[in-house]
Ligand binder design. Structure first.
Ligand SMILES: [Zn+2]
Length: 149
């Protein structure tokens, strides 16, 4: 199911590939180790702390703050026709970091390091090769199926 992420798929199948299905259902999921309770985002099947392979899914709030950002003009293979676009890394409230495109609720000139953002699951309708993704949006933005706002 990881091939849902796009034009270039380096990892078509993993133990956490239900992540993509959860995104399609509108949920951002991390993992919680059943051995030691460590929370991970992105989700990991095998705990780096206690090495247990036993985990459960945990829904994330999606709330975070912008840690860094960049404007991509020379896009990676497969995304040449999307450039230029702005991507950022958000520090998530619970744990972990999330690399994503900025959504339409945050105009490029308003993007600042440290600003609060909401990670919002998306189903891509403009690019057929990409089924699911997520964007960084203004706090309070909610997921709605087929919404491009
Ligand atoms: Zn663990």
């Amino acid at each position: 199911m990881f091939e849902w992420f796009g034009k270039v798929s380096f990892c078509p199948s993993t133990k956490v590939d239900a992540f993509a299905q959860h995104l399609k259902d509108g949920r951002i999921m991390g993992s919680r180790c059943k051995g030691c309770g460590r929370i991970s985002y992105p989700p990991v099947a095998d705990c780096p702390k206690c090495l247990s392979g036993d985990f459960e899914w945990m829904e994330m709030s999606g709330r975070g703050t912008v840690m860094t950002l960049t404007k991509i003009s020379a896009a990676p293979a497969g995304f040449e026709d999307e450039a230029p676009f702005v991507i950022g890394v958000a520090d998530l409230e619970e744990t972990g970091r999330c690399l994503a495109w900025f959504g339409k609720t945050i105009p490029e000139e308003e993007i600042r390091i440290g600003m609060p953002v909401q990670v919002v699951p998306r189903i891509f309708e403009d690019i057929p090769e990409i089924k699911v993704y997520y964007t960084l949006e203004k706090p309070g933005t909610t997921w709605t199926k087929g919404s491009s706002a």
